[in-house]
Design a protein around this ligand. Structure first.
Ligand code: GRF
Length: 299
């Protein structure tokens, strides 16, 4: 689908109501957020192409309106796998740094171990390693929040919806998630934290600070936690954890490397479970993952 001529730099709200491509009428109306803010805020000069979900670039016919977004696959090839009955999920990953967790998730989607696609990367630092990697792979990059705050939280929601995002995965994103986003994505936003929550979590516990605090406490185990996101730092329901030993002579850097190694594996496993709809909620509100091998086992 040819859309590269649809460059939105400089257009105003509502200025573009339809765009015709060589093959089909793609948009009947663009979301507000595709207008001047989104298009001109990036130092790179963002084209519409960079803001199109990959499905649209493939075989989808879509119509957008500000309130709702409809997308229908018109010629998506049927997969010949047991997962075929479950729709592939669209993932948005949020990063502020190097994005090694994002990379491992992205690679797992390509390999097929995660039944989903990374359709957008959101970052508050447009030049961070994760954003550079995403651009290199042709994944649309959305900067949020922006310094001038031209993209509101509502705009971000509209943009994510336009990409048909099912799941939001925070992977080293250091900003608090706006309430609007949490409201619009109930039980669909996850975060990874590098300690065994609820220990060593909350505001101020990020990066090496976490690992230094773990070592100073004398704790013998640390490890990643994946939890649902609520409106505070690190307090949402815990979905998965993995214990990593803290060794007697560990430096914070050594412990961080050992924990990060497990993060990559754990986040991919959890993404796989999310995309295969293997999460169930215990009566008391604790989320559990159903084992793939034995559907009667939960962990
Ligand atoms: C990870 O340690 C994660 O637990 C924390 O931020 C770090 C992100 O690392 N939330 P990376 O950017 O994925 O390499």
């Amino acid at each position: 689908m040819e859309v590269q001529n649809a460059i939105l730099r400089g257009c105003n709200h509502g200025a573009v109501s339809s765009i015709r491509t060589s093959k089909t009428h793609v948009f009947t109306k663009l979301p507000k957020s595709f207008s001047s803010q989104t298009a001109s805020s990036s130092s790179n000069g963002v084209s519409l192409k960079n803001h199109l979900p990959s499905q649209i670039k493939r075989n989808f016919r879509c119509s957008y309106s500000i309130q709702n977004v409809e997308c229908k696959a018109v010629s998506d090839a049927e997969e010949d796998t047991p997962k075929a009955k479950i729709r592939r999920k669209n993932l948005a990953v949020f990063v502020s740094g190097g994005g090694s967790n994002f990379r491992s998730i992205y690679e797992a989607t390509l390999k097929g171990s995660v039944h989903g696609d990374v359709v957008a990367l959101v970052t508050n630092k447009h030049d961070c390693g994760g954003a550079e990697y995403a651009r290199d792979k042709g994944i649309p990059v959305i900067v949020f929040p922006q310094r001038e705050e031209v993209l509101s939280a509502e705009d971000l929601v509209i943009l994510l919806r336009s990409y048909k995002v099912d799941l939001v995965l925070l992977a080293g994103y250091l900003k608090l998630i706006p309430a609007e986003l949490i409201k619009c994505y109930p039980k669909a936003i996850l975060n990874i934290h590098p300690s065994l929550l609820p220990a060593f979590g909350g505001k101020g516990y990020y990066g090496m600070k976490v690992h230094r605090a773990v070592i100073a406490s004398g704790a013998r185990y640390s490890g990643p936690t994946i939890h649902y996101v609520d409106e505070q730092y690190d307090t949402g329901s815990i979905l998965a954890q993995r214990a990593v030993p803290v060794l007697a002579k560990d430096t914070a850097e050594e412990l961080a490397a050992r924990v990060l190694h497990e993060e990559h594996k754990l986040y991919v496993e959890v993404c796989a479970a999310l995309c295969e709809e293997r999460i169930t909620w215990r009566e008391d509100g604790v989320p559990l993952i159903r084992s793939k091998e034995n559907p009667n086992d939960y962990h």
